[in-house]
Design a protein around this ligand. Structure first.
Ligand code: HEC
Ligand code: HEC
Ligand code: HEC
Length: 139
């Protein structure tokens, strides 16, 4: 490995670490707002796995307003009475998951990925996955 290469890899590592720190700093303490949301008003009953909505993943790509004002999503896990007719009609998830802004509705399993029987909820925060645990001080 040349010295230049090694330096390049080091820089990239540093960037990843810095990004993790900055993102972690913005998030602050674990907050339900940033967790994945399991939506299961109908899925279980229809023999589908519950839908999982990764809030954080979307929230870093779009402003709150896009979904909670323009698309009319209420601020409540499971509070929107979403079904597939509405999605195919371009409402809710279907406003983007239409093969243009994001992959289309045919990808059932990408949304219906929950463990069967999981009730509607704001699932555990994703903070733990984003921020590496701090090393413990040794005596
Ligand atoms: C972009 C995300 C997304 C995709 C892709 C998706 N769904 Fe859904 N689906 C949802 C959400 C959200 C709900 C509401 C979940 C609930 O309340 O249980 C839902 C609800 C359902 C329901 C129960 C309500 C109803 O409309 O009968 C069925 C059945 C269903 N989906 C089947 C499917 C099938 C089959 C596919 C693939 C052809 C699919 N879904 C693809 C997000 C998606
Ligand atoms: C891509 C769309 C999208 C964006 C962008 C988005 N949200 Fe959401 N949000 C949702 C969906 C979908 C739900 C769950 C609704 C449901 O289950 O029917 C939700 C639920 C919520 C909830 C309720 C969770 C709970 O505790 O019950 C809050 C609060 C919330 N969002 C805040 C925000 C804030 C603040 C932002 C911007 C920083 C934001 N959202 C950006 C789609 C979005
Ligand atoms: C405002 C637009 C928008 C809305 C509304 C939206 N999505 Fe998405 N979603 C996206 C985009 C963009 C991606 C990234 C697509 C890609 O990587 O090609 C994405 C990706 C995803 C992913 C994959 C996340 C990953 O880790 O790769 C899931 C799961 C998902 N959406 C579920 C949903 C569900 C369920 C809903 C409705 C409750 C929804 N989305 C509503 C735009 C949206």
């Amino acid at each position: 490995m040349t010295q230049k290469n090694a330096l390049g890899i080091f820089r990239r590592l540093l960037l990843v670490l810095l990004t993790a720190t900055v993102v972690g700093g913005f998030i602050g303490p674990a907050n339900a707002e940033y967790g994945d949301i399991v939506i299961n008003n109908y899925s279980d009953g229809a023999g589908m796995r519950p839908a999982v909505f990764p809030h954080w993943f979307h929230r870093i790509r779009f402003r709150c307003k896009v979904c909670h004002a323009d698309l009319g999503f209420k601020f409540q896990a499971g509070g929107n009475d979403i079904n597939m007719l509405k999605i195919i009609d371009g409402q809710f998830c279907g406003a983007c998951h239409n093969g243009e802004i994001a992959w289309s509705v045919e990808n059932c399993n990408l949304c219906h990925s929950g463990t069967p029987g999981t009730p509607t909820q704001v699932h555990q925060s994703t903070v733990q996955q984003l921020v590496a645990p701090k090393p413990k001080a040794t005596k």
